[in-house]
Design a protein around this ligand. Structure first.
Ligand code: GLU
Length: 456
């Protein structure tokens, strides 16, 4: 008993000192601090039970990326003006496989954002049960309003530098916000041209005709709904007949909406970075898909075709719409304490994080205290990267699976992530807390691999 108390005190002090070092060593990186804090707090019971992780300095090593690469991305716009953006790639952890993670093109991108994403990716990728390490990258380039030619010139310039650091057994980027099939296509072409080799597994999210995987586009959204479905079923609930709010209207949001609808839900709202639409009859997904995927227009256009629906400027208000299930699928910190309180007051039963870190630490606390079923991003949105790993497997085999084969595997992976998160939460004294469970389950595999591989 006394020993256990001592271990707990020691574990708390250890976690605290590592966190303080992170804050000191990475000043002004609030998103990175936030991601580290969430994980570290969950891990205290693991260190208390297994002091070997402290002795091996696992946390000190985990919070320091193996490598952070930044580079200049010069390009020429349609007016002939030379523009310069900053490119990033963080190679966070390679204990269980080559670095793996998306590229984000968004004006908010900086070292803090890339590091929080790369850090989270390490645990998420571990949870998938596949051999992929953690990485992330991107640029502060804003794709909004750029012509197709500008996008091509920018991505080619970006890859001209990035190609030096990646490879199918080294580091495998994919998409994230602002990077979809079009951008991956241009980057793949440029990589092939520079390297003079058709190395299909160097990027994932490729087009189907040149090495992409069926169901990769749908994977993050479908996976998120599969995960939430597991949570709901554990309480005898289901999507059928429920009212759902999904923020965002990118790849994750669109396919979450589609799967939720297939399971009988009514999805009444979605958004983009300007505002949100509310359609009490249930939104028309075909319109959203055409506007966003084909015409690349703003979501506000939706109400021109569906006049009974309403458009609201600004994004935060979407969380005031009463719903049973909320799937934040836009961006980090989109649900703050106030939004979380409103959702709880309106009777939300489940929250599944489709985006990365969409809830602030305070918001998570509010959901957990209120007994809301809460699927944290690392677990709930792991379906995308899981199918990316399946794409890598297919590329290695020079073979393609059918849609239903990939979808079945995705479904099995999501169920497995749910099960291991539930088990870890129980084993370490936090039954039902999937934040703690997912963090611990993801951590243990990476930590054990690091111990096995020595001090590197
Ligand atoms: N950007 C996605 C994520 O956050 C997918 C990464 C990948 O497929 O490599 O997990």
């Amino acid at each position: 008993m006394t020993l256990q108390v001592d271990n707990e005190t020691q574990a708390k002090a250890y976690v605290q000192s590592v966190y303080e070092t992170v804050v000191k060593r990475n000043p002004n990186e609030s998103e990175f601090h936030q991601a580290v804090k969430e994980i570290l707090e969950s891990l205290t019971p693991v260190f208390a039970k297994h002091p070997k992780y402290m002795q091996h300095g696992i946390l000190e090593r985990l919070v320091e990326p193996e490598r952070l690469i930044t580079f200049r991305v010069p390009w020429v716009d349609d007016q002939g003006v030379i523009r310069v953006n900053r490119g990033f790639r963080v190679q966070f952890n390679s204990a269980i496989g080559p670095y793996k993670g998306g590229l984000r093109f968004h004006p908010s991108v900086n070292a803090s954002i890339i590091k929080f994403l790369g850090f989270e990716q390490t645990f998420k990728n571990s949870l998938t049960g596949q051999q992929i390490g953690g990485g992330k990258g991107g640029s502060d380039f804003d794709p909004k309003g750029k012509s197709d030619n500008e996008i091509m010139r920018f991505t080619q310039s970006f890859m001209t530098e990035l190609n030096k650091y990646i490879g199918q057994d080294i580091d495998v980027p994919a998409g994230d916000i602002g990077v979809g099939a079009r951008e991956i296509g241009y980057m793949f072409g440029q990589y092939k041209r520079i390297r003079g080799a058709y190395e299909a597994g160097v990027l994932t999210g490729k087009g189907i005709i040149y090495g992409g995987s069926l169901a990769r586009t749908e994977a993050t959204g479908y996976g998120c709904v599969y995960f939430v479905n597991e949570m709901l079923q554990s309480q005898g609930l289901s999507f059928d007949g429920s009212t759902v709010v999904v923020s965002g209207s990118g790849n994750v949001a669109i396919y979450s909406i589609q799967k939720a609808m297939q399971l009988g839900a009514k999805v009444v709202a979605c958004s983009d970075s300007n505002g949100y639409i509310y359609d009490e009859n249930g939104i028309d997904l075909d319109t959203v898909r055409r506007l966003k995927e084909v015409e690349r227009k703003r979501i506000s256009e939706y109400v021109k075709e569906h006049p009974h629906a309403t458009y609201h400027e600004g994004c935060n208000g979407i969380w005031t719409i009463p719903c049973d299930i909320a799937l934040p699928s836009a961006t980090q910190n989109e649900i703050d304490a106030e939004a979380a309180k409103t959702l709880v007051r309106n009777g939300v039963k489940a929250v599944g994080e489709g985006a990365n870190m969409p809830s602030t630490l305070e918001a998570i606390e509010i959901f957990l205290e209120a007994g809301v079923l809460f699927g944290p991003a690392k677990a709930a949105n792991a379906g995308g990267v899981a199918v990316s790993a399946l794409e890598m497997s297919q590329n290695s085999m020079r073979y393609s699976w059918h849609f239903h084969e990939v979808d079945d595997k995705l479904h099995a992976i999501m169920k497995n992530i749910y099960r291991s998160s539930v088990q870890a939460a129980e084993e370490y004294g936090h039954p039902g807390n999937l934040v703690v469970g997912a963090n611990i389950a993801g951590f243990i595999k990476v930590a054990d691999a690091m111990i096995a591989q020595g001090v590197i």
